[in-house]
Design a protein. Structure first.
Length: 170
């Protein structure tokens, strides 16, 4: 769920679909978003032969039901400032596969709420997705931990307290 622009690296996810298809992993990618890269991403998916595995949903005004229906949420951004969508996905009990980069290192508890992949490496992302897809119990446990993590770490009260602490620090 994103505005499709270069720093989000959505092309990596198209390559991940190709990698997973070559491994005979039954995967479907639902892309909620629009933007300048959409035509080239659709062309890339056709060139790689994965256009039937990728569903381009356009802008989704209320993504809650889409997140709740997801098995895994994948974010390939490099240098993401916070990635609110990660907290939204985790609040829906969805484990994360994300880049080992930027704030994802702070938001995703590696091995507990999701898995982190090498940035821009389709094989690394495919490994993480395949691992979660092959181990339903692990995927469900990470989803439960993700929800618990959001409830504990991303509350209004905690945000207010941390903001005040920052303003009061020397």
């Amino acid at each position: 769920m994103s505005y499709l622009r270069p720093f989000k690296n959505p092309q990596v996810l198209v390559h991940v679909c190709k990698e997973l298809a070559q491994r005979n992993v039954p995967v479907r990618l639902f892309v909620a978003g629009d933007g300048e890269m959409l035509p080239e991403l659709k062309a890339l998916s056709a060139r790689l032969g994965v256009e039937k595995r990728i569903h381009w949903l356009g802008n989704v005004p209320d993504p809650k039901s889409l997140l709740q229906a997801s098995d895994i949420f994948v974010l390939a951004s490099v240098g993401e400032a916070f990635g609110l969508v990660l907290a939204e996905a985790m609040a829906c009990g969805v484990p994360i596969v994300g880049s080992r980069s930027g704030s994802l290192l702070e938001v995703v508890a590696e091995g507990r709420t999701g898995l982190l992949a090498t940035p821009l490496d389709a094989g690394s992302f495919a490994d993480a997705i395949e691992r979660l897809g092959a181990d339903r119990a692990l995927c469900q446990a990470m989803g439960r931990h993700a929800l618990d993590h959001v409830r504990a770490e991303f509350t209004v009260g905690k945000a207010v307290t941390e903001t005040i602490r920052i303003y009061q620090s020397p």
